[in-house]
Design a protein around this ligand. Structure first.
Ligand code: NAD
Length: 428
């Protein structure tokens, strides 16, 4: 991919604009992030040295409410990536009709190289640096790649120390014991499962005759693989950053998860064991996993996994994007031309932000829901919006991605119009 991730992300918007009538104001505003912050975070390392880390927080648009989005710890985090993720969050919140705008944050580092104490100092340092940029009514961080509930707990705690008040709603994805919501850790996978279960029957697909490959065996990918396995799907391949495994007869997902958990590294709070160490399977690379002849492919790791370079080797019939931005815009067009159904990230992985919204609501009203209540509300939202986007795609004869953008744009456009547009001021 030659140009930036953000330029590529914006192309999806341009395609959708052909199918929706919007005010000039809306189109103009959606081209730019509301505000972007770059911070340097000094961290005292265990050996006494001082290291400076680069961090980011981008608030893309807050027309529909306070901005919301995860914080990623990864060596490839850049302003371009954070801005693209914030852009996608804006649409995701609109698609799910959550009263939020989109944001994202990140720190450029390999978290596996830090000790637990260094990670804690870094996470608290990040909040020190962005404290005036976030808040329960302004911008609410959450977990993303290589961040977890404990890190969210540290972030909330640091914000509370700075503000000298208890504000659990400033961060979501916290441990349940300090204000997190039941079901948040599994929400992204559970939401994706509801989307899959809503759409596959429309293609007369039944679980026992449907093979699945999952790229990325983390919070979202591993949980979804297990949900699909439990529902009777044949999950034939999974992978993590170190590589993947394949078994034609299907993999026993719970035992692979147990293995990964048991092989946790001691350097940091991350699982360092690789699924590659499990027996009775073939070993494959992440590239090979994407090219498997399966019914359903689930990219659940990082961006730009399917591009012009490998798109013609993809053999899956359905792709459910659990990761954000795993397919670039050029590959998207080729997949569509080849009749491969792509169900977009802004719908498939929206279960995470939906339960983050539930957590924010529970924190603010001080009344906590049971797991059953959380999952029931999640199911209702995911199924309702999936059906609506499906209907929109049939009505306009467009792919599910364009339909989802059109659907989100209607809500964003209506919110922007409510504040007054050129038509209102000049012609009204
Ligand atoms: P995670 O850190 O828990 O897991 C990431 C997984 O991807 C790990 O298994 C890692 O080994 C694997 N991985 C990393 N690089 C890889 C590579 N090059 N090839 C294959 N696997 C690789 O992260 P997560 O929370 O599961 O997030 C995964 C994706 O889902 C991201 O795109 C994230 O933005 C998206 N997402 C997550 C949430 C959430 O609530 N956690 C919500 C919405 C979207």
């Amino acid at each position: 991919m030659s140009d930036s991730l953000f330029a590529d992300a914006s192309r999806r918007l341009e395609r959708a604009l052909k199918y929706v009538s919007l005010s000039e104001d809306t189109i103009e505003r959606l081209k730019y992030p509301k505000s972007s912050l770059i911070v340097s975070i000094p961290v005292r390392m265990d050996d006494g040295s001082l290291r400076i880390f680069q961090g980011y927080r981008v608030r893309y648009d807050d027309t529909r409410g306070p901005t919301k989005g995860g914080v990623r710890y990864h060596p490839k985090v850049s302003l371009d990536e954070v801005q693209s993720l914030a852009f996608w969050m804006t649409f995701k919140c609109a698609v799910l009709n959550l009263p939020f705008g989109g944001a994202k944050g990140g720190i450029t580092l390999n978290p596996k190289e830090l000790s637990k104490l260094e990670l804690e100092r870094l996470s608290r340092g990040y909040v020190d640096a962005i404290a005036d940029f976030i808040g329960p009514d302004v911008d609410i961080p959450a977990p993303d790649v290589y961040t977890n509930p404990m890190i969210m707990g540290w972030m909330m705690d640091q914000y509370n120390i700075i503000k000298r008040q208890l504000s659990p709603a400033v961060v979501t994805g916290k441990p349940v014991t300090i204000g997190g919501s039941l079901g948040r850790e599994t929400a992204t996978a559970t939401g994706a499962f509801f989307v899959i279960q809503t759409l596959l029957p429309k293609f007369k697909r039944i679980p026992s005759e449907t093979t699945v490959a999952v790229q990325g065996f983390g919070n979202a990918g591993a949980e979804l693989a297990e949900l699909l396995w439990k529902a009777g799907y044949k999950v034939v391949a999974v992978s993590d950053s170190q590589g993947g495994i394949y078994a034609k007869q299907g993999l026993d997902i719970p035992s692979i998860r147990r293995f990964k958990d048991a092989n946790k590294g001691i350097k940091a709070i991350y699982c360092e064991g690789s699924v590659c160490n499990i027996v009775e399977h073939e070993i494959l690379t992440n590239e090979q996993l994407l090219e498997l002849d399966v019914d359903v492919l689930i990219p659940a790791a990082l961006e730009n996994q399917i591009t012009e370079a490998n798109v013609n080797d993809v053999k899956a019939k359905f792709i459910f994007e659990v990761a954000n931005g795993p397919i670039d815009s050029a590959a998207d067009l080729i997949l569509e031309a080849r009749g491969i159904q792509v169900i977009p990230d802004i719908l498939v992985n929206a279960g995470g932000v939906t339960v983050s919204y539930f957590e924010w609501v529970q924190n603010r009203c001080g009344l906590y829901w049971t797991l059953g209540e959380v999952n029931q509300r999640l199911q209702h939202k995911m199924v309702e919006e999936t059906e609506a986007i499906w209907k929109k795609s049939e009505e306009l004869s467009v792919c599910m991605r364009t339909a989802a953008y059109v659907y989100g744009l209607h809500r964003l456009g209506a919110a922007m119009n409510a504040k007054g547009t050129r038509d209102y001021y000049v012609n009204g």
